[in-house]
Write a protein that binds this ligand. Structure first.
Ligand SMILES: Nc1ncnc2c1ncn2[C@@H]1O[C@H](COP(=O)(O)OP(=O)(O)O)[C@@H](O)[C@H]1O
Ligand SMILES: Nc1ccn([C@@H]2O[C@H](COP(=O)(O)OP(=O)(O)O)[C@@H](O)[C@H]2O)c(=O)n1
Length: 215
């Protein structure tokens, strides 16, 4: 069981997916789960600040993560929403939705159920601290804000979304602040995690470091 946490755009998903493939483990992208909940809320006109409505919304949500050739596919109520959950509207609202305790408690149940299936690499914000505190390895992946913004801007451009570097950087910084300061299972660096700063590294170098640590 490998737990990977860190701020937005640090490279968690990219590295976690490759490490899971190398080890033959299941990869669980918990950020995608919070994004899918947020998409459902936006579609149903539920205010991201309405905790009671969000608690109802997650109670029997149909959320499935399926391993695919190009990464995990996300199905919400039977529909493939893999691309849509990366839209800027979802990114803007997700931290408010993820701050609601009932949402986090429901995601925790689903995440632990996935981890019970066997070898797993799970990435997010509270995996080492709350979801899988008994994980065999914990890794905190980070990078400078400027580098993370450059990476996210490139990804958005590839998806046809054009935003200035300043805008992307401000948005990431705002989300990191919300994620780190919420009362319920905030983003924290646990003392038993090793830290990898990916700023000057290639994806391969980071994957190698994680695999070395897991041996
Ligand atoms: N050294 C590196 N480690 C991880 N990702 C990197 C690295 N260099 C560039 N990238 C790119 O940065 C982006 C990181 O995004 P992602 O993995 O979604 O981060 P996170 O899951 O932490 O938000 C990807 O497009 C990835 O290809
Ligand atoms: N374990 C997790 C994972 C994500 N999240 C929330 O979900 C958001 C999106 O996560 P993500 O990993 O997809 O974000 P990116 O770093 O890929 O942009 C985060 O900003 C958090 O608000 C969380 O609260 N706890």
């Amino acid at each position: 069981m490998i737990a990977i946490d860190g701020p937005a755009g640090a490279g968690k998903s990219t590295v976690a997916r490759l490490v899971a493939a190398r080890l033959g483990y299941l990869y669980v992208d918990t950020g995608a789960m919070y994004r899918a909940v947020t998409l459902k809320a936006l579609r149903e006109g539920v205010d991201p600040g309405d905790a009671e409505a969000l608690a109802r919304l997650v109670r029997d949500i149909d959320l499935v993560l399926e391993p695919g050739a190009e990464g995990v596919r996300v199905r919400l109520d039977g529909e493939d929403v893999t691309a849509e959950i990366r839209r800027p509207e979802v990114s803007r609202a997700v931290s408010a939705v993820a701050a609601v305790p009932a949402v986090r408690d429901r995601m925790l149940e689903l995440q632990r159920a996935l981890a019970r299936q066997g070898g797993v690499v799970m990435d997010g914000r509270d995996i080492g601290s709350r979801v899988l505190p008994w994980a065999d390895r914990k890794i905190f992946i980070t990078a400078s804000l400027a580098e993370r913004a450059r990476r996210r801007q490139r990804e958005l451009a590839e998806a046809g979304v054009h935003a200035s570097l300043q805008e992307v950087e401000a948005e990431i910084a705002r989300r990191d602040h919300l994620d780190s300061t919420r009362p319920h299972s905030p983003l924290v660096q646990v003392p038993d995690a090793i830290v990898i700063d990916t700023t000057g590294l290639t994806v391969d170098e980071v994957v190698t470091r994680v695999l070395d640590h897991c041996r």
